[in-house]
Every structure is written in structure tokens, then in C-alpha cells.
Design a protein around this ligand. Structure first.
Ligand code: NAG
Ligand code: NAG
Ligand code: NAG
Ligand code: NAG
Ligand code: NAG
Length: 677
């Protein structure tokens, strides 16, 4: 929503946070080992907490590495039933209210344009490639948007003397969010093309909309030429409903003014002979200040239908903007109170129910309907929510709810080290580029959703509202090619005693549906687990983790554990336990069970993962291993890249100083170090 705006020397300080930290909160000051904080022996109840590191006094919030732990919400009294039945038909034809067919690429990512250069300052980052390939291999492709507020003022230049692909000028005083004015070179687009040459990565870009008398279409002209089929579309206008509030348009700016500007845009677009494809614009991307209906009511879709490849909105459930932009009209939200609002099935519904009218209209118009930018809370999310297992369960439920509600895709936004909600954050260090990234809990949501929807483009989602619709125990059924394929079950409670684990008895076909033999002899189950919803590091998917904070290189660690649960074919049922907290993905159909292990082969990339040769850093090709758990054929090579592996950081030692900056990848930090110097 807001461009990440930061601070700080976090890049240089981050290695220190391995040491003891001092946490300041409402309840004073506590010094503790981060491990203790994680395990819950120290808990702090405050949003206004700061972390300091030993040494000279530094006063900074390392949001992406924030060690503050909040107590999970208590188990309600009475607790939800811990045993209940779910009946589902095998055939989609007997199921009601199924979604439209969904693609495995449903859950994608959104990166602010101004920080995209950090995917590659000199080379593409192997951690980024490995993480994106985890999704691409499961979903068939990965969809990534490069854009945001910074797209609006972006302009193309041929090159910069120093060879950079991007420069920011923060002097634009007209801009209240201090969004930098951005100049970029074609190298940015080549960099994306280079990613796509290594995996099935597809891109959304944005057309600047700040000057409607002189649209700058160079990104579309070059984007088409350079990215070709890997270009998904161009967002034109990002959150136009906030233009007036941000001072980019007069206070009277309305849906009708926007409609008029779109006429100018589409005429100019039509007249640009360097843009071969004219039907891939994405709009209106309103963010909740205007309802989508208020845009539809201008006749927007009818008027511009030949140009519109997809309709889109942007939305966050709440915001944490007061921390960045203190404003008496928007006081800080208390994360303790917010936490429980994310640990409930209602969280996703609260958003999607505002759009089901529009997703139905989109179907009648024959347009995809995208959630183009979202996450836990705008302005970076909340420490203790966005960076904990809370967000992994929330993200899974919310994405499945959007799929059920006939959105056709959702892009989860990320920024730099100053924010809490990143799916992944690069490590700020020049010591070693490996084992040092941080994978955010919400990245696990994207993995589970990719596997839940699969690759056939036929997956239809049903919210089952089991257990009398209890908000803490939701479940979804996924039908593929017309038959029950998978089921996703979630338990939002935290109770280490196990007393609030639940057991769902799933009846497939049979009585009620008149479909004998609905249940297979056994089902496969993969679990998404953590000790607590407040956990930040120890998160596993089918027994494997991508590593705790500062430990991720984009490969899996640990032994893959896919459980087999015997079913009772005489009673047509399977019993599935879901721990508190946790989620289970149950594979029913033969096809689903065959695909359960994920991608069959382990791919490795060549060393030529380069966009430019300036400051080239050698990359051990084995580091590019995409993990297929431990079943990949390149197991030995992978072993070397896992934590503590012998050749863990093979050739990154002694890299050129420029690379230190580069290693702040995705951090937003290198960028701003420049900007603030
Ligand atoms: C859905 O949106 C259309 C277009 O704005 C409007 O006419 C209609 O009343 C809406 N329907 C509901 C149920 O809100
Ligand atoms: C999704 O679309 C399908 C097909 O049009 C429809 O039957 C279903 O009711 C829609 N779901 C929601 C939640 O609007
Ligand atoms: C699914 O859809 C994608 C995008 O349209 C397409 O590339 C892919 O081939 C489709 N897969 C199948 C199995 O039809
Ligand atoms: C990769 O980037 C370079 C420029 O840095 C470009 O010349 C090359 O064509 C790109 N490769 C692909 C496959 O797009
Ligand atoms: C990393 O940076 C620090 C501080 O600038 C410097 O002292 C150190 O030598 C650097 N290490 C490497 C391996 O470049």
C-alpha cells in the first residue's frame, strides 16, 4: 500500500541480533535471549516496543527480525468441540456453492517496484530463485507483480553511468507518503526475463498514471518486447481512490473523473503502435475508499472492456500505519487485540464478503478478478502477527476463502527489512549470502495453497463451515476434474497439551449423497505445524522447514513426513487429527495422492544466473537446488547447502564490497541507504 520507507542501518546491524536483545515495551525493559522469547518465557504486551542491540546505542526497529512474542489467545470457554463429522460428496455435481475453477498460481506475490532491483543488483539471488521455484514447481508457475505506489512516477531511462537498473529521487515534495520518484532502465525488465528463463515466473507490471496528458508507456512497450508470454498484464492506476487523499489529484476527484482519465489512457494506448497487445490492462485496483460497485456504476467495464484483461481490487484487513505516519485520526492499533482477529475464519470472510457481488459480475463480464495487493496489515503489518504462525494459518484460510469467493488470484505484498509481513526477507550481511535469508510464515501459506489447488486448472473450492461453523476450526474441500481431490483443515487454537487438537471424521459420498465407495482405503496427509501461533522460526510443512530467521537458503531442511491415514471403507470415513495449532492438507483422489510428493525431479540451475557482469559473484550451481524434500535425486548436492552443510557458503566469501549492499536484497534497505546518504 504505502511504499516501504525506511530507516536504517538494519542491514549492517542485523547479524548482531543473534545476540541477546533488550526489549522495551509497556512493561519496561527485559533482556532476553531470542530463543527464550520464542519459547514464550518472556512475553511483552506492546505495539510500541523497540529492540536494541548491544554496542553503541542504536535505536531502531528491525521489524523483519522482531523477537517480540505475544501470548496466543486463550482457548475460549466452552472450547469448540474437538470431535466432529464432515460429510462431503465425491462428485462436484452433488456439492453446492463451489467456486469457479482455480489455478495453482492463485497465491502470488507483489513487490514494490522501487525495491525490485534488489532481486538482482549484480546477480539473481539464488535464495529468491529457490523460493520462487518452490511455488512454480507446485503451481505450474509463479505470478509476481512488480509495482505499487512507486510505479506511478516511474520513468524509463536508457542507462545510468554506474550501470544501476534503478535510481530514486526522494525530493518529490508533492508526495505525502514520500514515495520516491523512480527512474529505471530496461535492465529491470531483462532481470525479470532472466528469472523467467530459469523457471515459469510470470509478471504483472504497472503503467504510470500520474500524468494523464503524457502517459509513459515505455514499460509496456519494452515489457511486451522483453517478457513476451511471461507478461500477464499491466495495472493502470494503483489505488485511484487514494489519489485525492495522497495529494495526487484534487480533493473532488471522483469515480467519474477516473472514468474520464481511463478514456484518455485507452485512447493513447490504442494509438501506441509499439504495444502489440491491447487487451491486458488491469483496473480499477480500488482499495476500499471507493467500493468497486461505485466504479462499475460509471459503466467502466462496458466502456473499456476491450482493453481490460482483468479486474482488480486491493485490500488489507487493517493497517499499522500509525507507527510510520503518526496521525491523531488513526491511532496505533493494539496488536494484542488484533491478534485474535486474525486467528479466526471470520477474518477472511470479512474481506471477501465485500467483493462477492463483484466476483459474480466479473463472471458475467468474462473477466478474471484479482486481489492485486494484500497482506495482514498495510504499512508493514504487525510484529507478533504478520511474522508469526498466526499469519501462516490466516494466509492459508484467507487465500482459500478468496478462491472460494471466486477471486481468480491474490498477490501478497512485501517490502524491506522494516516490515513484518514479508514472505521472505534477504539477510543484511556481507559475510555469507547463504543460510541467511528469513522466510516469513506467510510463505508457507503460499506453498499449502499451491498444493491444495494443484496444476490442473480445474480445482473448485468449497468452504465447509464444519463443527457448526466454528470460527476456530474451518475446513475447505477442493474438487478437481469434478471429483473430491483434497481437503484443507485448520485449527487456530494453541494448546500444547493436545486437548484442543481436533479429530474430524470425514464421510465421503455414501449416506446422504448416495455415492457408495467414496472413501479410498487410505489418504495421505501433510501438516503445516508450529508449536504455537506465536512461533516465528520453527514452522514445518510435512516435517520440513525452510529454516528459522537468518537460516533460509530456499531449500528444505529435515526429513519429509507425509502421513498415511487408513480409512474405514465400510463406514465410508477417514479420521483426521488437526493439532492446535496447525493445518492439514488431506489427499483423497488417486491423482491427488500420486502428486502428493510434489515435483518429481530436483532441478538445478546453471551458474550463468546473471543479468549483468559488473561485480559478478560466482554461484555454486548446487545451491540452486530446488528441494523436493529429501526425495530429489540431487540429494547429496542439497545436503551441502543445508544448515551446517560442509559447503554451505561456498564461493561467497570475500565478495566485493558492492555485494554487501546487494545482499540486502528485497530489503529495501540498500536502496534507502543510498537515498538517505
Ligand atoms: C452489485 O453491484 C451492482 C453494480 O454496482 C449493483 O447494481 C447491485 O445492486 C449490486 N448487488 C448487490 C447484491 O449488492
Ligand atoms: C462462485 O461462482 C459460482 C459460479 O458462478 C457460484 O455458483 C458461486 O455461488 C460463487 N461463490 C460465491 C461465494 O459467490
Ligand atoms: C493451466 O493454465 C495455464 C495458464 O493459462 C496454462 O499455461 C497451463 O497449460 C494450464 N494447464 C493445464 C493442465 O491445462
Ligand atoms: C538476461 O539479461 C541480459 C541483460 O542483463 C539480457 O541481455 C538477456 O537477454 C537476458 N536473458 C533473457 C533470457 O532474457
Ligand atoms: C564485512 O563488512 C565489515 C564492515 O564493513 C568489514 O569489516 C568486513 O571485512 C567485511 N567482510 C567481508 C568478508 O567482506
Amino acid at each position: 500500500m504505502y511504499a516501504p520507507l525506511v530507516l536504517s542501518l538494519t542491514c549492517l546491524l542485523a547479524p548482531l541480533v543473534h545476540a541477546n536483545v533488550t526489549v522495551y515495551g509497556l512493561f519496561g525493559q527485559t533482556t532476553a535471549d531470542p530463543g527464550a522469547l520464542r519459547s514464550g518465557t518472556v512475553s511483552i504486551a506492546s505495539t510500541t516496543s523497540f529492540v536494541t542491540v548491544p554496542g553503541p546505542p542504536h535505536y531502531t526497529e528491525l521489524a523483519a527480525y522482531n523477537p517480540i512474542f505475544m501470548e496466543p489467545p486463550p482457548i475460549p470457554s466452552p472450547a469448540p468441540a474437538n470431535q466432529f463429522a464432515i460429510g462431503v460428496p465425491t462428485s462436484a455435481q452433488l456439492q453446492t456453492g463451489l467456486s469457479i475453477p482455480q489455478h495453482g498460481t492463485f497465491f502470488g506475490f507483489s513487490i514494490e517496484m522501487s525495491v525490485a532491483n534488489q532481486l538482482s543488483d549484480t546477480t539473481l539471488h539464488v535464495q529468491f530463485l529457490n523460493l520462487m521455484n518452490i511455488i512454480a514447481q507446485r503451481a505450474g508457475a509463479v505470478h509476481i507483480r512488480v509495482g505499487g505506489n512507486t510505479q506511478e512516477t516511474a520513468f524509463l531511462v536508457d542507462s545510468f553511468p554506474d550501470g544501476k537498473m534503478m535510481e530514486k529521487d526522494k525530493e518529490d515534495a508533492s508526495n505525502p507518503t514520500s514515495t520516491p520518484v523512480l527512474a529505471f532502465t530496461p535492465e529491470l525488465l531483462y532481470m525479470l526475463a532472466n528469472v523467467s528463463s530459469l523457471m515459469n515466473a510470470r509478471w504483472y507490471l504497472g503503467i504510470p498514471f500520474n500524468d494523464t496528458s503524457n502517459f509513459r508507456f515505455q514499460i509496456a512497450e519494452l515489457g511486451e518486447a522483453i517478457l513476451g508470454d511471461n507478461l500477464l498484464g499491466f495495472q493502470a492506476a494503483n489505488e485511484p481512490d487514494l489519489y485525492a487523499a495522497h495529494g495526487h489529484r484534487p480533493p473532488t476527484y471522483s469515480q467519474f473523473d477516473f472514468f474520464g482519465e481511463y478514456a484518455l489512457l485507452t485512447q493513447a494506448y490504442q494509438n501506441d503502435t509499439s504495444i502489440p497487445i491491447k487487451n491486458n490492462l488491469i483496473a480499477p485496483s480500488v482499495s476500499g475508499t471507493w467500493t468497486p460497485e461505485s466504479v462499475w456504476d460509471t459503466g467502466f467495464v462496458d466502456a473499456y472492456t476491450q482493453y481490460l484483461g482483468a479486474l482488480a481490487v486491493e485490500r488489507y484487513p487493517t493497517d499499522n500505519c500509525a507507527v510510520i505516519f503518526p496521525n491523531p485520526d488513526n491511532p496505533p492499533h493494539d496488536p494484542i487485540a488484533e491478534q485474535a482477529l486474525f486467528l479466526t475464519h471470520q477474518a477472511g470472510i470479512n474481506i471477501t464478503q465485500q467483493y462477492t457481488n463483484s466476483t459474480m459480475l466479473a463472471q458475467t463480464w468474462g473477466k478474471p478478478f484479482l486481489m492485486f495487493e494484500t497482506n495482514t496489515a498495510s504499512c508493514g503489518g504487525f510484529p507478533g502477527i504478520s511474522d508469526t504462525f498466526t499469519s501462516a494459518l490466516w494466509g492459508l484460510d484467507y487465500a482459500m476463502q478468496m478462491a472460494y469467493s471466486n477471486f481468480t488470484g491474490a498477490l501478497f505484498h512485501f517490502g524491506g527489512q522494516n516490515v513484518s509481513y514479508n514472505p521472505f526477507t534477504a539477510a543484511p550481511t556481507n559475510q555469507s549470502a547463504f543460510h541467511q535469508w528469513t522466510v516469513g510464515p506467510i510463505f508457507y501459506s503460499s506453498i499449502v495453497v499451491a498444493e491444495a489447488l494443484g496444476q490442473t486448472n480445474t480445482s473448485q473450492v468449497k468452504d465447509l463451515f464444519p463443527n457448526n461453523g466454528d470460527d476456530l476450526t474451518p475446513a475447505y474441500a477442493i474438487y478437481e476434474n469434478g471429483n473430491l481431490a483434497r481437503m484443507a483443515l485448520i485449527n487456530y487454537m494453541t494448546d500444547p497439551s493436545g486437548a484442543n487438537d481436533y479429530v474430524a471424521t470425514i464421510y465421503v459420498g455414501g449416506s446422504g449423497f448416495n455415492e457408495p465407495n467414496g472413501v479410498p482405503a487410505s489418504v495421505k496427509v501433510k501438516y503445516l505445524l508450529a508449536p504455537s501461533t506465536s512461533e516465528k522460526d520453527n514452522i514445518t510443512w510435512a516435517g520440513q522447514t525452510l529454516g528459522g530467521r537468518f537460516q533460509a537458503d530456499g531449500t528444505w531442511k529435515g526429513q519429509e513426513n507425509i502421513q498415511t491415514v487408513q480409512c474405514d471403507q465400510t463406514q465410508n470415513m477417514c479420521q483426521i487429527r488437526v493439532p492446535a495449532p496447525g493445518a492439514a492438507l488431506v489427499f483423497f483422489s488417486d491423482a491427488a495422492q500420486q502428486a502428493v510428493g510434489g515435483p518429481a525431479t530436483t532441478q538445478t540451475f546453471p551458474t550463468t544466473v546473471l543479468t549483468k557482469t559488473v561485480n559478478t559473484v560466482g554461484v555454486d550451481p548446487t545451491v540452486l537446488a530446488t528441494s523436493n524434500g529429501q526425495s530429489g535425486k540431487d540429494r547429496v548436492a542439497q545436503g551441502g547447502t543445508s544448515q551446517g552443510g560442509a559447503n554451505g557458503a561456498p564461493r561467497m566469501g570475500g565478495v566485493a564490497p558492492g555485494v554487501a549492499l546487494m545482499a540486502c536484497v528485497l530489503g529495501g534497505v540498500g536502496v534507502f541507504l543510498r537515498a538517505f546518504r
